[in-house]
Design a protein around this ligand. Structure first.
Ligand SMILES: Nc1ncnc2c1ncn2[C@@H]1O[C@H](COP(=O)(O)OP(=O)(O)OP(=O)(O)O)[C@@H](O)[C@H]1O
Length: 208
């Protein structure tokens, strides 16, 4: 079946002392191609954990994730790996400080990607490409992080609080890029504390 689909995803985490805590309990969700799925909920409810499981970055204790029928969890397939792109809250933590923005984007870009289109989608001007992360603002770096993910041509985007550190103008630019991605047939999961933003942009919302 098409879509990024979680079935009965359960995650238990170990605490110091060996005790285990259930972070996610049999969660189902379906991110359809061409749509935005909003994920909201109070701090500590497991939104990031679920995003990481959906991206294949963390294993669930039980349950499964498939991406257009390809397994992501419990076992991540090689084909599944490239289908999902994740944008994190902090671009400073997700971008290598030793690489210019241009190199950051080019390093994992698909060969046939039109870089100009990707840069235009996030309103990143070419003069910024020669700069290192320390030489740009958080908003500029987050747009580069988004460009890096778009340049891998994912089928699905998972955005974990991508606008938490950004001003309204940069937030609008990033959300426009998400709408454009979805308009071209991609599916997006937007994790955010910002209910107003999630309500405005999402086709479907799950509250954890
Ligand atoms: N490796 C871990 N070991 C133990 N507990 C963990 C681990 N990772 C996450 N947790 C716990 O799982 C719960 C969910 O964390 P998670 O970061 O997914 O929540 P969240 O909803 O994204 O929170 P926030 O909105 O504050 O980012 C938290 O209570 C956290 O303490």
């Amino acid at each position: 079946m098409s879509g990024l689909i979680a079935k009965e995803v359960t995650v238990d985490c170990r605490l110091p002392g060996g005790r285990s805590v259930r972070v996610l309990d049999a969660i189902d969700l379906h991110v359809q191609p061409g749509s935005i799925f909003g994920l909201v909920g109070p701090s500590g409810r497991g939104k990031t954990t679920l995003g990481r499981v959906l991206a294949g970055l963390a294993k669930p204790t039980s349950g499964s994730v498939t991406c257009d029928g390809v397994p992501i969890a419990p076992k991540l397939s090689r084909i599944g790996r490239g289908r999902i792109g994740m944008v994190f809250q902090s671009p400073r933590r997700s971008c290598d400080p030793r690489l210019t923005l241009g190199r950051t984007i080019a390093l994992t870009a698909k060969r046939d990607i039109r870089l100009d289109d990707v840069l235009a989608a996030v309103a990143l001007t070419p003069d910024l490409l020669g700069r290192y992360p320390v030489q740009v603002s958080d908003g500029q770096l987050q747009r580069a992080a988004m460009a890096r993910v778009l340049a891998t041509k994912p089928s699905y985007l998972i955005l974990d609080e991508p606008t938490a550190m950004l001003d309204p103008a940069t937030t609008a630019t990033l959300m426009d890029a998400v709408r454009q991605f979805v308009g071209a047939g991609g599916g997006a999961l937007l994790i955010s504390h910002d209910h107003e933003l999630v309500n405005a942009i999402s086709d479907q919302i799950l509250s954890l």
